[in-house]
Every structure is written in C-alpha cells, then in structure tokens.
Design a protein around this ligand. Structure first.
Ligand SMILES: O=C(NCCc1nnc(-c2ccc3[nH]cnc3c2)[nH]1)c1cc(-c2ccc(F)cc2)cc(O)c1O
Ligand SMILES: [Mg+2]
Length: 214
C-alpha cells in the first residue's frame, strides 16, 4: 500500500537524524521538505522567529494548536526550561501517530503531552484535565478558521493572563483575516507582525505575535 507524506517524513527523520538530538530532527525534516516533498511545517525561516519568541518568554506552560508531524513541537520543546510543559493538540489521528514518533526520536517526550481531538472540545477542559492555570505561550498553527474562535474560547476559559503571548502561523498564507483583524484592533492585545515566507517557498507569509493585556 502507498505510504503517506507524513510517513515518508518520519522515514527521513529515522534515516537521517540522531536519536535524542532535536536539532538533527529539525534539520532532517527541513532537508526533506526543501529537497524531496513540501510539507506544512512552520519551517526553518519562521522557525527561527518561533525560537526567539520561546527563548524570550522562557515559558513554563505552552499550548500548541496543530501538531501535524511534530516539527514545531520539537523546536519548542527543545528550548523549554526544565519542568516546563508543552501541550499540543492534534485533530487528525494519522498525523498524531507520526508526531508521537518524531517527538520520541527527538527525545523530548518528557516535556510534551500530545492530545488528540478538536481544540473546541479540549480548550474548556485544560484546567481540570492537565492542571493548567494559564498558558504563558500559545502557538496557533491549526485550521486557520479556528484561530479566532479558539482565542475567544481561551479568553472565556481564563487560560490567558496579563502577558500571555499568542504566536500565530500563516496569518498571510493561507491567511487568517478575521483573527488578524481581532488581535490588531482589540484593546486587549498588543500585536506585532513578523514578516517571513511560507515554509520552503518565496511566497510571503508571517507570524503575528500578540500579547494579552488582561
Ligand atoms: O493547514 C495548515 N495547518 C493545519 C494542520 C493541522 N494540524 N492539526 C490541525 C488541527 C488540530 C486541532 C484542531 N481542532 C480543530 N481543528 C483542528 C485542526 N490542523 C497549514 C497549511 C499551510 C498551507 C499553505 C499553503 C498551501 F498551498 C497549502 C497549505 C501552511 C501551514 O503552515 C499550515 O499550518
Ligand atoms: Mg503553519
């Protein structure tokens, strides 16, 4: 039977990356996606912006919406301080199967909790299920039409505190116009656009960093 792209991406990791070395996993995926098959990871260029935001915040609690194959999960987890927790939500079970293996290969599974299901269902359960009070950083990289409803849901569930940072991928391509309009015009957010490119291409894309003001 035919393999899927996520399965071939995992094969490239197992072939070319060193177990327990997150950087080699990230490099192996970027090489595969640049030279073999494009895939919707945040990628190396936007990934450097993600890295700098994580290092600046030094978060104890991170929520990632949209795991896909675990590329950004590994980038974030490898930069977290000890005892920090990253919860990543994946809707597609086939992606989740691959992501778990990529996360394990990188050796960051202690810091990561991969949860399968819909963001709309899980966000209201975060506090009771995982003992989370608030998130220091949220990386939005799931379905683009879920960015705004999920942000409002996180506000309503009290998962954001003064200073919590939302970092959103793909605000230009594929685009999240309603989300951008909201965070850029709401008095409750201080927003900034980091211009970049769609992963592995010359097409414009970027990350929007929005600080919740409480
Ligand atoms: O669709 C994307 N990403 C989303 C995957 C996902 N992985 N998990 C989810 C999830 C997780 C919990 C959820 N709860 C409810 N819906 C959910 C969806 N969604 C995406 C697409 C592109 C892209 C650009 C240009 C093109 F020509 C084609 C494609 C680029 C990117 O960087 C992306 O991130
Ligand atoms: Mg993305």
């Amino acid at each position: 039977t035919q393999s899927t792209r996520p399965q071939r991406l995992l094969g490239a990791v197992q072939k070319n990356a060193t177990r327990g070395d997150p950087c080699s996993v990230v490099k192996a995926i970027d090489h595969f996606c640049r030279h073999k098959e494009w895939a919707m990871n945040v990628g190396d260029e936007k990934g450097c912006i993600l890295d700098s935001v994580v290092s600046e915040i030094n978060p104890a609690t991170v929520l990632e919406l949209g795991t896909y194959c675990g590329y950004s999960t590994v980038r974030i987890a490898s930069r977290l301080p000890p005892h920090a927790k990253l919860i990543t939500l994946e809707f597609n079970p086939d992606f989740a199967v691959i992501a778990r293996q990529v996360i394990a290969w990188a050796g960051v599974e202690e810091k990561v909790q991969l949860v399968e299901g819909a963001s709309g269902d899980w966000i209201p359960k975060m506090k009771e299920q995982f003992g989370i009070k608030t998130f220091d950083l949220v990386f939005l990289d799931h379905w683009k039409d879920r960015y705004l409803p999920d942000t409002k849901l996180m506000e309503e569930c009290g998962l954001l505190r003064k200073g919590s940072v939302l970092l959103a991928d793909n605000v230009i391509c594929p685009g999240t116009p309603e989300y951008l309009e909201y965070v850029r015009n709401s008095p409750r957010y201080e927003s900034r656009y980091f211009k970049s490119h769609l992963e592995y291409t010359k097409v414009e894309d970027g990350l929007e960093k929005s600080v919740f003001l409480g």
